[in-house]
Design a protein around this ligand. Sequence first.
Ligand code: ATP
Ligand code: MG
Length: 246
Amino acid sequence: MSNGGRMKSILEVSNLTVGYYEDIDILTKINLKVEEGKMVAIIGPNGAGKSTLLKSIFGLLRPRNGNVVFDGQDITGHSASDIIQRGIGYTPQMRALFPQMTVRENLEMGAWVIKKDREKVASCVDRLFKEFPVLEENQDMRATFLSGGQARMLEIAKSLVLSPKMLLIDEPSAGLMPSLCTNVYERLKKMNNDGVSILLVDQRIREAVEIADYVYMISVGANAAEGSGTYFKENLEKILHESLFG
Ligand SMILES: Nc1ncnc2c1ncn2[C@@H]1O[C@H](COP(=O)(O)OP(=O)(O)OP(=O)(O)O)[C@@H](O)[C@H]1O
Ligand SMILES: [Mg+2]
């Protein structure tokens, strides 16, 4: 490696402070980075601010302070549509499908930032179908008729329509039965092996720590612990205890 063995960061969040209402900060001076091609997990208790952090990176909330650098460019305060076009995909925690639209139409919505270019949208969706044959088979079905697992797969696929360099994904397996969870994690792993950097928020701590190269734990909107996936796996009880109750 030319830079003395150090990996390039694709995402760097520094001193990020964010809130929904005036005077109340939900995140306080959060720091994290994702090296190119890695999978990084954010864990932490309910209400810690994990979803708020992803929303802030993706431009859905304007930071009060601090900054977000993606691929060498400062994107702090940029709009979500700008951020998508720079190569970040986002799968929200809350269900985000249009139930009365077909599978294909839902995927097309994932390309709304380039919607004027119909041909490109169609070719992006067709390319995606190669990776998600189940969605291709059901492309004319209304989303409301999909099973829970297929619906989550569609939501993930929707955030991949524009071939992002990086995916922000919030609770990918929440509400899914165990066999489908495995399926989702395998897909994330494969995507990551194919070169997509991933920032994963997950309440399934054991699965997240297992799959991630590096882990950040946040608690009450602040950095509480961090380390390699292996370090977390081997010291999980201790880390959880110290950072939450210590
Ligand atoms: N739209 C909103 N408006 C106001 N406050 C919000 C909003 N969304 C979240 N909050 C508050 O921000 C804090 C962090 O919430 P957030 O959803 O980021 O936590 P989380 O770590 O993702 O939790 P969970 O594990 O339950 O998904 C909570 O106190 C929550 O009540
Ligand atoms: Mg959340």
